[in-house]
Design a protein around this ligand. Sequence first.
Ligand code: AMP
Ligand code: ZN
Length: 134
Amino acid sequence: MLDSCIFCKIANGAIPSKTIYEDEDFRVILDLGPATKGHALILPKEHSANLYELPDETASKVMVLAKKMATKMTEKLSCDGFNIVQNNGEVAGQTVMHYHLHLIPRYQDDGQKILWKPTEVSQEELEQVKNSII
Ligand code: AMP
Ligand code: ZN
């Protein structure tokens, strides 16, 4: 646990939160600035700043928990869909540097915009990008 990290404190119970699930590895809390009703955050109890630092074992567990939470929340909140979002780095919108996964219930006409603006790309550019990654 990192003393300077607010999500370490919340995940480990040192700061109170609206907890909707807890096990030995994770705490799931309601976001204080919700995009929609039920917006929640999965917080690993062990500190990792972001996805790059996340242990493989935690990474493999987090999406299983996301599925479990989304399934339960869809039933309880009667939402119409879900966005699962995870920001890495300031440029990507990360503001708290403790890995967390956003669970955002979506409702018809909820007025939120979580999607990106598509751009145009040529087949040649796609080929270059592909070759730069593989
Ligand atoms: P991100 O921008 O991906 O780093 O997300 C940080 C999220 O944490 C935002 O949605 C904030 O509303 C939320 N947040 C920040 N502080 C707290 C807190 N003390 N309790 C609950 N949610 C928080
Ligand atoms: Zn932390």
